[in-house]
Design a protein around this ligand. Structure first.
Ligand code: AMP
Length: 121
């Protein structure tokens, strides 16, 4: 089981904001997530950083790899999160989509703008 410190090291090493914890017997099954904010809170609360990362983790909020990106954007807004975990229809991990990805992909911005646009009379 990963410790909080190990998750922090992975986040820093990979320059990402979210770590996905997977099942011990199946590395494709996401079971929880830890974001840099969770690690920051753990430091602020002086938690034992060698304690289990699961103590600061949350159950994953996911989208399907076939969902349009606006579904991901809606989930980020509704849950006030900056990442969604992408899974396939078997629930296997495909990757993580961050709010950064939404901001810097021109095609995604165009799709989001179209989805938000008010209907014309
Ligand atoms: P973030 O803004 O994404 O750094 O995360 C803020 C809070 O939301 C942290 O407590 C994260 O653990 C949680 N969080 C972020 N993304 C997800 C996700 N996809 N599923 C569940 N919780 C998440």
């Amino acid at each position: 089981m990963a410790t909080i410190r190990e998750v922090a090291v992975e986040l820093a090493k990979n320059r990402v904001g979210l770590a996905v914890l997977t099942a011990r017997d199946n590395p494709k099954k996401p079971v929880a997530v830890v974001s840099e904010r969770d690690v920051l809170r753990a430091v602020a609360q002086r938690l034992d950083l060698d304690g289990p990362a699961s103590s600061i983790a949350n159950p994953p909020i996911t989208v399907l790899d076939t969902d349009p990106v606006r579904v991901a954007a809606e989930k980020m807004r509704r849950h006030n999160i900056r990442h969604v975990v992408v899974v396939d229809r078997n629930g296997d991990l495909v990757g993580v989509l961050s709010i950064r990805d939404l901001c810097f992909e021109r095609a995604i911005l165009i799709e989001l703008a179209a989805a938000e646009a008010p209907a014309t009379p």
